[in-house]
Design a protein around this ligand. Structure first.
Ligand code: 5GP
Ligand code: MG
Length: 472
């Protein structure tokens, strides 16, 4: 089910008079984690206000909207989803009223037993507003007989399987939690006495907050008027399975993820790639932006000069109007253009972080040859992606992953490179270092830490909604 594949960014802040604006800024710096919808929920101590809309953070929020969001405590969310579920009702924070008041929740990850839980709840009479896995959490909270919000949340989370980093806001409390595997990141920061939560530390940097530590796998932090309490809520004992793909591709290079600088791990992946698979060449080119740190590492290791000879247009959105007459390689060209004066007659090593379907690499190799490259050697700073992710990274179905059905030699031929090499799993693990056993590599190995369901719903309600301002 497409809706289950989500990459998202979450943010939370407790006790700051500028909570709405700081959340807006936090989301702005997490925009790379989701470009489809953005939302903020905020509490003034007695009421919750929530606003969400399809679009980029800067399009969704303006002075007027922010001025309506009163309070000192807020959470926010940016969402990316595959098409089909791109509707406002699936935007977050997901805000509801239930018997004990209002609550809003923002979730990053993917609940792999969502279908089972939802079917059970529906059989018991529950009516769902969205097609998001996140909504089951709210139903489970409402049905729980726990005495406090955090007890009800803990009992809900203990029914879930899969990946979740969560921030939850009520009128009186902010709660942050991470699943016991720790698939997705969630950090804690501090700003002038305010506590801050964010998917990545780059959001703390922007607002001037200090990084304290990560929310631990299986930990729940409950922030109230005069207290901060930490609970290890999970009743399951599991190995940690932090997502290695955050380090390879997803997170921003200026973030610290799972306690490690993403820039450092990416340059180290490039250095190891340079040791494992060197090549005689005149220059190293990154495929920007994701291939840049690994290219710097590869260049440092091999001594081959780094050149920025593929230029990216940073204003290309998810869709653009196609020309009537086919321009060769238009889909990649509109985003990336080679500088032929630099490339012509040269032996090139071109580096990207990953190959998914193989179309980007194929088009780029052709573009580099058209620009006069004498040789094009492709180096990939991760192992071949053979398996889909079920824990929150939006990889396509297995059959669309070129590496699931082709050998490296066949992919080399398909993309038309003079040579193609990937980083080895051992090389990747050596970059992560002593923590390597606490990571998930399922997209490379098929060793899934948590079984997943592939159920599909055959009914669907299509709603068109212009969106409206909630609360008041
Ligand atoms: P391909 O053309 O092989 O399907 O795509 C490879 C490119 O997709 C690489 O440049 C890589 O940086 C990028 N990529 C890898 N994972 C993701 C992802 O989860 N989402 C998006 N939008 N791009 C990705
Ligand atoms: Mg890329």
């Amino acid at each position: 089910m497409d809706e289950l594949k989500e990459d998202c960014g979450i943010f939370g802040i407790w006790n700051n008079p500028d909570a709405a604006r700081l959340t807006y800024l936090g989301l702005y710096s997490l925009q790379h984690r989701g470009q489809e919808s953005a939302g903020i929920a905020i509490s003034d101590g007695s009421k919750l206000y929530s606003y969400k809309q399809m679009g980029l953070v800067n399009d969704v929020f303006n002075e007027h909207v922010l001025s309506l969001l009163h309070g000192r405590h807020a959470i926010g969310h940016v969402r990316y989803s595959t098409y089909g579920s791109s509707e406002l009702r699936n935007a977050q924070p997901f805000a509801v009223e239930y018997k004990d008041g209002s609550l809003a929740i923002a979730h990053n990850g993917n609940i792999v037993n969502y279908e089972t839980i939802r079917s059970r709840l529906e059989a018991e009479g529950s009516i769902f507003q969205s097609t998001m896995d996140t909504e089951v959490i709210v139903h489970l909270i409402a049905k729980s007989d726990g005495q406090t919000t955090h007890e009800r949340l803990a009992s809900a989370l203990n029914e879930l399987k899969g990946a979740y980093s969560i921030v939850l806001l009520t009128e009186k409390e902010l709660i942050a939690a991470r699943d016991p595997y720790g698939f997705r990141p969630l950090v804690i920061g501090e700003l002038n006495g305010a506590l801050v939560f964010a998917s990545e530390t780059c959001a703390l940097d922007l607002i001037g907050a200090r990084y304290i530590r990560d929310v631990l796998p299986g930990e729940m932090l409950v922030i109230g008027e005069n207290s901060v309490r930490s609970y290890m809520f999970s009743t399951r004992v599991t190995r940690q399975s932090q997502c290695v793909f955050e380090h390879i591709y997803f997170a921003r290079p200026d973030s610290i993820i799972f306690g490690k600088s993403v820039y450092s791990t990416r340059t180290a992946m490039g250095r190891i790639l340079g040791i494992e698979s060197p090549v005689e060449a005149d220059m190293v080119l990154p495929i920007p932006d994701s291939g840049v740190p690994a290219s710097i590492g590869f260049s440092q290791q091999t001594g081959i000069p780094f050149q920025m000879a593929l230029i990216r247009n940073h204003y290309v959105g998810r869709t653009f109007i196609q020309p009537y007459q086919a321009i060769r390689n238009f889909n990649v060209k509109v985003k990336l253009n080679p500088i032929s004066g630099v490339i012509s007659g040269k032996r090139i090593v071109v580096i990207d972080d990953s190959i998914v379907r193989g179309t980007t690499s194929k088009t780029l190799v052709k573009m580099l040859r058209d620009a006069g490259a004498k040789e094009v050697h492709m180096r990939i700073s991760s192992p071949p992606i053979d398996y889909s992710c079920y824990y929150g990274i939006d990889t396509p179905t297995r059959s669309e992953l070129i590496s699931s059905s082709h050998t490296v030699k066949e992919i080399e031929q398909f993309i038309g490179a003079d040579s193609l090499k990937y980083l080895s799993i051992e090389g990747l693990r050596s970059v992560i270092g002593q923590d390597a056993d606490n990571y998930c590599y399922a997209c490379f190995t098929g060793d899934y830490p948590e079984p997943f369901e592939l159920a599909k719903r055959d009914h669907q309600l299509i709603l068109f909604d212009e969106g409206r301002l909630h609360g008041g």
